[in-house]
Design a protein around this ligand. Structure first.
Ligand code: PGA
Length: 258
Protein backbone atom coordinates (compact mmCIF):
# COMPACT_ATOMS: atom_id res chain seq x y z
CA UNK A 1 0.00 0.00 0.00
CA UNK A 2 1.09 3.53 -0.69
CA UNK A 3 1.19 5.86 2.29
CA UNK A 4 -0.39 9.17 1.25
CA UNK A 5 1.83 12.24 1.30
CA UNK A 6 0.46 15.74 1.75
CA UNK A 7 3.21 18.24 0.94
CA UNK A 8 2.93 22.01 1.29
CA UNK A 9 4.66 24.09 -1.34
CA UNK A 10 5.01 27.46 0.34
CA UNK A 11 6.50 29.05 -2.79
CA UNK A 12 7.87 32.56 -2.01
CA UNK A 13 5.66 33.18 1.02
CA UNK A 14 5.85 33.67 4.80
CA UNK A 15 8.70 35.05 6.90
CA UNK A 16 10.82 33.36 9.57
CA UNK A 17 8.38 33.99 12.39
CA UNK A 18 5.44 32.95 10.21
CA UNK A 19 7.21 29.76 9.13
CA UNK A 20 7.92 28.77 12.74
CA UNK A 21 4.38 29.62 13.82
CA UNK A 22 2.83 27.60 11.01
CA UNK A 23 4.97 24.55 11.79
CA UNK A 24 4.04 24.88 15.46
CA UNK A 25 0.36 24.85 14.54
CA UNK A 26 0.83 21.89 12.21
CA UNK A 27 2.63 19.97 14.97
CA UNK A 28 -0.32 20.59 17.28
CA UNK A 29 -2.76 19.21 14.72
CA UNK A 30 -0.75 16.23 13.48
CA UNK A 31 -0.80 13.38 15.97
CA UNK A 32 1.47 10.35 16.04
CA UNK A 33 -1.57 8.32 15.10
CA UNK A 34 -2.11 10.50 12.03
CA UNK A 35 1.60 10.33 11.20
CA UNK A 36 1.39 6.56 11.08
CA UNK A 37 -1.15 6.78 8.26
CA UNK A 38 -0.40 9.95 6.31
CA UNK A 39 2.95 11.60 5.73
CA UNK A 40 3.17 15.38 5.87
CA UNK A 41 5.91 17.58 4.44
CA UNK A 42 6.49 21.31 4.10
CA UNK A 43 8.66 22.92 1.43
CA UNK A 44 9.66 26.44 2.53
CA UNK A 45 11.81 28.94 0.65
CA UNK A 46 15.48 27.88 0.75
CA UNK A 47 16.52 30.24 3.53
CA UNK A 48 13.85 28.81 5.82
CA UNK A 49 14.64 25.14 5.23
CA UNK A 50 17.00 24.85 8.21
CA UNK A 51 14.72 26.72 10.66
CA UNK A 52 11.85 24.57 9.39
CA UNK A 53 13.83 21.39 10.04
CA UNK A 54 14.52 22.63 13.57
CA UNK A 55 10.91 23.62 14.18
CA UNK A 56 9.63 20.28 12.87
CA UNK A 57 12.12 18.06 14.72
CA UNK A 58 10.44 15.10 16.41
CA UNK A 59 7.03 15.85 14.90
CA UNK A 60 7.15 13.47 11.95
CA UNK A 61 6.74 16.46 9.60
CA UNK A 62 9.29 16.20 6.80
CA UNK A 63 10.91 19.21 5.17
CA UNK A 64 11.76 19.70 1.52
CA UNK A 65 13.36 22.35 -0.64
CA UNK A 66 11.59 23.88 -3.64
CA UNK A 67 14.48 23.44 -6.05
CA UNK A 68 18.22 22.75 -6.25
CA UNK A 69 21.00 23.04 -8.79
CA UNK A 70 22.39 19.87 -10.31
CA UNK A 71 26.11 20.61 -9.98
CA UNK A 72 27.85 19.43 -6.79
CA UNK A 73 29.66 22.71 -6.04
CA UNK A 74 31.44 25.56 -7.75
CA UNK A 75 30.91 28.97 -9.28
CA UNK A 76 27.12 28.98 -9.50
CA UNK A 77 26.13 32.20 -7.76
CA UNK A 78 22.79 32.02 -6.07
CA UNK A 79 22.30 28.27 -6.41
CA UNK A 80 22.16 25.52 -3.78
CA UNK A 81 23.28 21.92 -4.25
CA UNK A 82 21.50 18.71 -3.38
CA UNK A 83 24.15 17.96 -0.75
CA UNK A 84 23.46 21.33 0.91
CA UNK A 85 19.73 20.63 1.04
CA UNK A 86 20.45 17.22 2.54
CA UNK A 87 23.04 18.66 4.93
CA UNK A 88 20.51 20.88 6.71
CA UNK A 89 18.14 17.96 7.26
CA UNK A 90 15.64 18.16 4.41
CA UNK A 91 14.49 14.90 2.87
CA UNK A 92 12.46 16.06 -0.16
CA UNK A 93 13.02 18.47 -3.02
CA UNK A 94 10.47 19.70 -5.55
CA UNK A 95 11.87 19.52 -9.07
CA UNK A 96 10.42 20.84 -12.32
CA UNK A 97 7.59 22.84 -10.80
CA UNK A 98 5.56 24.49 -13.56
CA UNK A 99 6.46 27.95 -12.29
CA UNK A 100 10.10 27.07 -12.91
CA UNK A 101 9.30 25.47 -16.27
CA UNK A 102 7.08 28.27 -17.55
CA UNK A 103 7.15 31.46 -15.47
CA UNK A 104 10.41 32.22 -13.69
CA UNK A 105 13.25 33.57 -15.85
CA UNK A 106 15.19 30.28 -15.82
CA UNK A 107 12.57 28.49 -17.95
CA UNK A 108 13.87 25.06 -17.03
CA UNK A 109 13.91 22.43 -19.69
CA UNK A 110 13.50 18.69 -19.33
CA UNK A 111 17.21 18.04 -19.66
CA UNK A 112 18.00 20.21 -16.67
CA UNK A 113 15.14 18.67 -14.74
CA UNK A 114 16.58 15.21 -15.43
CA UNK A 115 19.97 16.33 -14.08
CA UNK A 116 18.32 17.76 -10.99
CA UNK A 117 16.47 14.49 -10.33
CA UNK A 118 19.79 12.69 -10.64
CA UNK A 119 21.52 15.10 -8.24
CA UNK A 120 18.72 14.75 -5.69
CA UNK A 121 18.87 10.96 -5.82
CA UNK A 122 22.63 10.93 -5.53
CA UNK A 123 22.43 13.04 -2.36
CA UNK A 124 19.79 10.76 -0.85
CA UNK A 125 16.90 13.19 -1.26
CA UNK A 126 13.51 12.14 -2.60
CA UNK A 127 12.67 14.25 -5.66
CA UNK A 128 9.07 15.36 -6.09
CA UNK A 129 9.03 15.56 -9.88
CA UNK A 130 6.26 17.81 -11.18
CA UNK A 131 4.63 17.24 -14.55
CA UNK A 132 1.54 18.76 -16.11
CA UNK A 133 -0.03 20.18 -19.22
CA UNK A 134 -0.87 23.79 -20.04
CA UNK A 135 -4.41 24.81 -20.91
CA UNK A 136 -3.55 24.98 -24.62
CA UNK A 137 -2.12 21.46 -24.47
CA UNK A 138 -5.25 20.15 -22.75
CA UNK A 139 -7.51 21.88 -25.24
CA UNK A 140 -5.39 20.45 -28.06
CA UNK A 141 -5.87 16.91 -26.76
CA UNK A 142 -2.18 16.55 -25.92
CA UNK A 143 -2.42 16.02 -22.16
CA UNK A 144 -1.38 12.38 -22.00
CA UNK A 145 1.44 12.84 -24.52
CA UNK A 146 2.81 15.78 -22.53
CA UNK A 147 2.73 13.70 -19.34
CA UNK A 148 4.51 10.80 -21.03
CA UNK A 149 7.17 13.12 -22.40
CA UNK A 150 7.83 15.00 -19.15
CA UNK A 151 7.90 11.80 -17.09
CA UNK A 152 10.21 10.00 -19.50
CA UNK A 153 12.54 12.96 -19.85
CA UNK A 154 12.61 13.48 -16.09
CA UNK A 155 13.62 9.97 -15.14
CA UNK A 156 15.45 8.56 -18.17
CA UNK A 157 18.75 7.04 -17.12
CA UNK A 158 17.81 6.78 -13.44
CA UNK A 159 17.18 3.37 -11.89
CA UNK A 160 14.27 3.40 -9.46
CA UNK A 161 14.45 0.87 -6.68
CA UNK A 162 11.91 2.05 -4.15
CA UNK A 163 9.28 4.63 -3.30
CA UNK A 164 12.01 6.72 -1.64
CA UNK A 165 13.59 7.29 -5.05
CA UNK A 166 10.74 9.28 -6.57
CA UNK A 167 7.47 11.03 -5.87
CA UNK A 168 5.52 12.31 -8.85
CA UNK A 169 3.21 15.30 -8.80
CA UNK A 170 0.57 15.78 -11.47
CA UNK A 171 0.04 19.53 -11.61
CA UNK A 172 -2.06 20.77 -14.51
CA UNK A 173 -0.67 24.24 -15.16
CA UNK A 174 -4.16 25.70 -15.68
CA UNK A 175 -5.17 24.57 -12.17
CA UNK A 176 -2.26 26.04 -10.24
CA UNK A 177 -3.20 29.06 -8.18
CA UNK A 178 -6.32 29.64 -10.28
CA UNK A 179 -8.98 28.23 -7.97
CA UNK A 180 -9.97 25.91 -10.80
CA UNK A 181 -8.97 22.40 -9.75
CA UNK A 182 -8.98 19.38 -12.04
CA UNK A 183 -12.07 17.25 -11.62
CA UNK A 184 -11.52 13.98 -9.77
CA UNK A 185 -12.00 12.18 -13.10
CA UNK A 186 -9.41 14.33 -14.88
CA UNK A 187 -6.97 13.73 -12.04
CA UNK A 188 -7.56 9.99 -12.00
CA UNK A 189 -7.13 9.72 -15.78
CA UNK A 190 -3.80 11.57 -15.62
CA UNK A 191 -2.57 9.65 -12.58
CA UNK A 192 -3.49 6.25 -14.02
CA UNK A 193 -1.69 7.19 -17.22
CA UNK A 194 1.40 8.28 -15.33
CA UNK A 195 1.44 5.07 -13.31
CA UNK A 196 1.08 2.93 -16.43
CA UNK A 197 3.90 4.83 -18.13
CA UNK A 198 6.06 4.57 -15.03
CA UNK A 199 5.45 0.82 -14.96
CA UNK A 200 6.53 0.60 -18.59
CA UNK A 201 9.66 2.65 -17.88
CA UNK A 202 10.65 1.40 -14.43
CA UNK A 203 8.74 -1.81 -13.72
CA UNK A 204 6.75 -2.86 -10.67
CA UNK A 205 8.14 -0.06 -8.47
CA UNK A 206 5.44 2.03 -10.18
CA UNK A 207 2.92 0.51 -7.80
CA UNK A 208 4.82 1.91 -4.82
CA UNK A 209 5.64 5.41 -6.13
CA UNK A 210 3.29 8.08 -4.79
CA UNK A 211 1.61 10.32 -7.36
CA UNK A 212 0.38 13.56 -5.80
CA UNK A 213 -2.22 15.88 -7.25
CA UNK A 214 -1.48 19.62 -7.24
CA UNK A 215 -3.53 22.57 -8.43
CA UNK A 216 -5.99 24.52 -6.27
CA UNK A 217 -6.40 21.67 -3.79
CA UNK A 218 -8.26 22.78 -0.68
CA UNK A 219 -10.23 21.14 2.14
CA UNK A 220 -13.46 21.50 0.14
CA UNK A 221 -12.26 19.49 -2.86
CA UNK A 222 -9.55 17.31 -1.33
CA UNK A 223 -11.68 14.32 -0.33
CA UNK A 224 -13.12 13.63 -3.78
CA UNK A 225 -9.71 13.96 -5.43
CA UNK A 226 -7.84 11.96 -2.79
CA UNK A 227 -10.26 9.07 -2.94
CA UNK A 228 -9.33 8.36 -6.56
CA UNK A 229 -7.38 5.09 -6.69
CA UNK A 230 -4.23 6.50 -8.27
CA UNK A 231 -4.11 9.75 -6.28
CA UNK A 232 -1.72 9.27 -3.35
CA UNK A 233 -1.76 12.70 -1.78
CA UNK A 234 -1.41 16.34 -2.66
CA UNK A 235 1.14 19.03 -3.44
CA UNK A 236 -0.60 22.03 -1.97
CA UNK A 237 0.27 25.66 -2.66
CA UNK A 238 -2.07 28.39 -1.41
CA UNK A 239 -3.93 26.17 1.04
CA UNK A 240 -0.66 25.11 2.71
CA UNK A 241 0.00 28.59 4.08
CA UNK A 242 -2.62 28.37 6.82
CA UNK A 243 -2.70 25.54 9.36
CA UNK A 244 -6.52 25.19 9.21
CA UNK A 245 -6.70 24.60 5.49
CA UNK A 246 -3.58 22.43 5.29
CA UNK A 247 -4.71 20.27 8.20
CA UNK A 248 -8.13 20.03 6.56
CA UNK A 249 -6.45 18.41 3.57
CA UNK A 250 -4.41 16.13 5.86
CA UNK A 251 -7.68 15.03 7.50
CA UNK A 252 -9.19 14.30 4.09
CA UNK A 253 -6.14 12.17 3.28
CA UNK A 254 -6.50 10.38 6.61
CA UNK A 255 -10.11 9.54 5.79
CA UNK A 256 -9.03 7.79 2.60
CA UNK A 257 -5.94 6.10 4.09
CA UNK A 258 -6.28 2.52 5.20
P1 PGA B 1 -1.93 25.83 -5.61
O1 PGA B 1 -0.42 25.45 -6.01
O2 PGA B 1 -2.39 24.79 -4.61
O3 PGA B 1 -1.82 27.21 -5.01
O4 PGA B 1 -2.74 25.79 -6.85
C1 PGA B 1 -0.01 24.11 -6.13
C2 PGA B 1 1.42 24.05 -6.57
O5 PGA B 1 1.83 24.90 -7.38
O6 PGA B 1 2.19 23.17 -6.14
Amino acid sequence: MRKPLVAGNWKMNLDLAGARKLIGELRAGYSAEAAAKVEVAVCPPAVYVLPAVEAARGSGIAVGAQDLYFEASGAFTGEISAAMVKDVGATYVIIGHSERRHTIGHLEDDRMINLKVRAARKAGLTPILCVGETLAERQGGQTLDVLTFQLTAGIVGHALGSEADLVLAYEPVWAIGTGQNATPQQAQEAHAHLRAELRRLAGPVADRVRILYGGSMKPENAAEILEQPDVDGGLVGGASLKADSFLGIVRAALATAT
